[in-house]
Design a protein around this ligand. Sequence first.
Ligand SMILES: *[C@@H]1O[C@H](CO)[C@@H](O)[C@H](O)[C@H]1NC(C)=O
Ligand SMILES: *[C@@H]1O[C@H](CO)[C@@H](O)[C@H](O)[C@H]1NC(C)=O
Ligand SMILES: *[C@@H]1O[C@H](CO)[C@@H](O)[C@H](O)[C@H]1NC(C)=O
Ligand SMILES: *[C@@H]1O[C@H](CO)[C@@H](O)[C@H](O)[C@H]1NC(C)=O
Length: 329
Amino acid sequence: MLMLGRALALSLTLVSATVAFASPTYRTITQFPNGTFVENIGVRHDGSLLLTTLTGPELWSVDPHTGSTSIVATFPNATSTVGLAQYSLDIWAVVVGQINMSAFEGIPGTFGIWLVDFKHTKKPRVVKEVPVPAAHILNGLACCDIRGRLLAADSNAGIIYAVDVDSGVSEPLLSGPAFEHPVGGFPLGVNGVRMLPKENPDALFFTNSAGAVLSRVSLSSKDEVQSVVGPDFAGVDDFALVPRALSRKTLAFVAFNNGNQLLRVTRDGKTDVVLGAQDSAVLPGPSSAQLSNDGHTLYVTTSGSGGNLINGTFSEGPRVIAIDVQHLI
Ligand SMILES: *[C@@H]1O[C@H](CO)[C@@H](O)[C@H](O)[C@H]1NC(C)=O
Ligand SMILES: *[C@@H]1O[C@H](CO)[C@@H](O)[C@H](O)[C@H]1NC(C)=O
Ligand SMILES: *[C@@H]1O[C@H](CO)[C@@H](O)[C@H](O)[C@H]1NC(C)=O
Ligand SMILES: *[C@@H]1O[C@H](CO)[C@@H](O)[C@H](O)[C@H]1NC(C)=O
């Protein structure tokens, strides 16, 4: 998500993960104008893509074949859409709130989770809001724990909230040093959160951006936090989890925003660079990733590196990129 260019630059570590294979083929699906901040991505069951934007309170749809884009929902009294997750078949949950983009700060009291229903009508309907009033800046969103509650990360406070859509109640579920940004570091701790509840309803994976790690926590025994990779990746952002049914080897593809790289992480914790390099314009500021439903393609969003210029000079409008990962999972 939001990467504080200024602050991040201070704590940036240069990473030397290895490139273990030939560069995959990739193509740009679409590019947004300079000044747009594409934040996160979801893949609907019909294969179309949903995007959130920090720079507007909108949910976008993208056709990955034609590249055509449209706004499918807008939200009142907000500046930004942030995390998103499919809540039930074709009902999507979206984090909405107010972010001061010049300070890159969330405005506490403005965040909530909205449900958007794509099922019943040709035009999607915004059906419900659940406020999360205590959140400072809500960011990544995952569905769901065994009680059917959405899990939403407050990056500034270092808390993961459990949000019950039926009762409208949100409460802190996970907190502590693993979720907080290190003292004195840039103020983004827990950022991306994902789970594969059908595969393992107890395992939540998350990145801590300033903490530079991808970790796994058990929802039933909350003290069990294991670092999967890191702490070498200052500025890790959202990521795609790979279902075990698609690969016994690859666990995740991680958008390493500040490294301008996409990382592949294996189930035994090995990390390779799939695409990009610190000083390359191939993948400027990757912000999120998700797999296509068949697992053949990885869709990656970029920020365009506007807040963290490559070589101190280069930025561009954000892109959605399709990468052929058939030989990588
Ligand atoms: C919009 O949000 C502000 C807080 O930023 C709040 O004071 C105001 O009551 C909200 N307006 C509506 C119509 O919800
Ligand atoms: C946004 O942040 C800037 C810089 O800190 C500040 O000057 C401005 O008042 C803030 N705007 C709002 C609406 O909070
Ligand atoms: C950054 O600088 C390096 C070294 O001069 C160069 O190879 C690279 O192409 C530059 N990157 C961009 C995006 O301009
Ligand atoms: C995009 O904006 C940045 C910063 O405002 C600027 O440096 C860059 O040249 C712009 N790029 C394009 C393609 O307009």
